[in-house]
Design a protein around this ligand. Sequence first.
Ligand code: FES
Length: 114
Amino acid sequence: MGFRKIALIEEIPPGRTGYFCLDTGPVVVANVGGEIFALSGTCPHQQNPLEGATLIDDLLDCPWHHFQFDVRTGRNHFPGNVYPKDLPCAQAQLAPLEKYTVEIRDDEIWVDAG
Ligand code: FES
């Protein structure tokens, strides 16, 4: 489908997130110090929506059980940083969030979510 307008930049100020339901699926947008990131909006832990996720620096914190994801890569930070690496049952829960390409056009956030 390509890029779609998600929001105005002013709607997601630094340190905040926004949650949007597109026809391709939910997207969470994070503003880290003025830099905008977009990721898939479903948490791999228990498939809950990332609506209301908060930011701790550049980590996206899931509101359900506080799994944390690096907004720059989508990779799980917590609990991946403490789980044993050879714990096969945890691998699906520790899957990364898909990262989407963002473009800023004037004062608008556009996201290519596939
Ligand atoms: S659903 Fe996100 S941490 Fe459990």
